[in-house]
Design a protein around this ligand. Structure first.
Ligand code: TRP
Length: 354
């Protein structure tokens, strides 16, 4: 019994502004993972076409996610940072996965149902096939670990189902190539070409909620810009948004139990805790009994301290799009080499002539 070589892969769509929720929930995790892992981080521009076909500022959006990756501390030399459309092997493997995945599986995807809305006839075929492309993103590198938010869990389960069916259906063709690995799925021994990907779900990262409504997720699609802190916000904007954030009239409690039924207080304490790398309990042991008039200025100082350097670096990078493009091109080249190796093996397993 051997194991697949650990490899981290994740993707972020180039749509809308990145906000604090994206940073705390995803990008900061990407940064931490690169210490002990081989990592591939991808700006999934092909996925961005599924919701909306024409984007006025596609290139700027791609560069801005890339700038956020770099500004947050992802090292594009030690790891790989690139945009999906530079590696056509993703789309090619996605086609094969379209032939592996069953329509019944796709019909169960809750995100498709949410995004397609009532008029499913008018949803694009791409939106329907989105999870199959996502599986290909990961498996074209035979990646094993995928940091994502809770909302992507079902898509990763689908990636496992696709990998499993491919492994099973092609079992007799994988074995003679010597490309497979004996792994255990539960207690079952399986001779696998594709690994069973493991989600790395939120963990200690908080669900960052809207600054205007503590029951709604912070979102790039919220019409009120005051509801979120964008990574491109400068010091003044950060401070204004926190000053105007919704609160309740009471002082902060001394224990986390006291946050129940107080979604706005809970959210601000959670944001403080995440930015300070502390638990909510620790934050409350410091601020319990204090009014928001004391807590908010402390939160502003902390948010500015953590986010201002990232913001400044993002702005600096965005002024040199040529440099960002060169980083993506270099990452794309290295990603392509790895993806092409997998595709050649997949072609051999299937029996395509090459
Ligand atoms: N679906 C993911 C999201 O919206 C983005 C994504 C595309 C992704 N391909 C991926 C995430 C591969 C992880 C791995 O958040």
């Amino acid at each position: 019994m051997t194991e697949f070589k650990p490899l981290v892969f994740s993707g972020v769509q180039p749509t809308g502004n990145l906000h604090l929720g994206n940073y705390l929930g995803a990008i900061r995790k990407f940064v931490a993972l690169q210490e002990n892992n081989d990592c591939i981080y991808c700006v999934v521009d092909l996925h961005a076409l599924t919701a909306q076909l024409v984007h006025e500022d596609m290139a700027t959006q791609i560069r801005s996610i890339t700038a956020a990756f770099l500004a947050a501390g992802i090292d594009p030399k030690k790891h790989i940072v690139f945009n999906q459309s530079q590696v056509p092997q993703h789309s090619e493997l996605a086609w094969i996965f379209n032939c592996v995945a069953r329509i019944g599986w796709m019909n169960r995807m809750t995100q498709f149902k949410d995004k397609a809305g009532k008029d499913r006839e008018q949803a694009s075929l791409g939106l329907y096939a989105y999870p199959s492309l996502m599986a290909a993103d990961i498996l074209v590198y035979r990646a094993t670990h995928v940091p994502v938010g809770e909302d992507q869990k079902q898509h990763l389960e689908l990636a496992r189902d696709i990998a499993m069916k491919f492994n099973m259906d092609f079992a007799e063709k994988i074995r003679p190539t010597g490309l497979g690995i004996d792994i255990k799925v539960g207690d079952e021994p399986v001779h696998a070409y594709f690994p069973m990907v493991e989600p790395l779900i939120d963990g200690p990262a908080p669900r960052v909620m809207s600054l205007k409504d503590g029951t709604k997720k912070m979102s790039k699609s919220d019409p009120s810009d005051l509801s979120r802190i964008n990574l491109m916000d400068d010091q003044d904007a950060i401070s204004k948004k926190i000053r105007k954030a919704k609160t309740d009239p009471d002082a902060l409690p001394s224990e986390t139990d006291g946050l129940k039924g107080r979604p706005e207080a809970d959210n601000l304490v959670g944001i403080f805790a995440a930015l300070a790398d502390k638990s909510k309990a620790e934050v409350l042991s410091e601020f319990g009994g204090q009014q928001f008039s004391v807590f908010k200025p402390a939160l502003i100082d902390l948010a500015v301290e953590v986010l201002a350097p990232i913001n400044a670096e993002m702005r600096r990078l965005m002024e040199d799009p040529g440099h960002i493009d060169a980083v993506l091109r270099d990452g794309g080249e290295r990603a392509r080499a790895r993806a092409e190796k997998t595709m050649n093996e997949v072609r051999d397993i299937i029996g395509f002539v090459r």
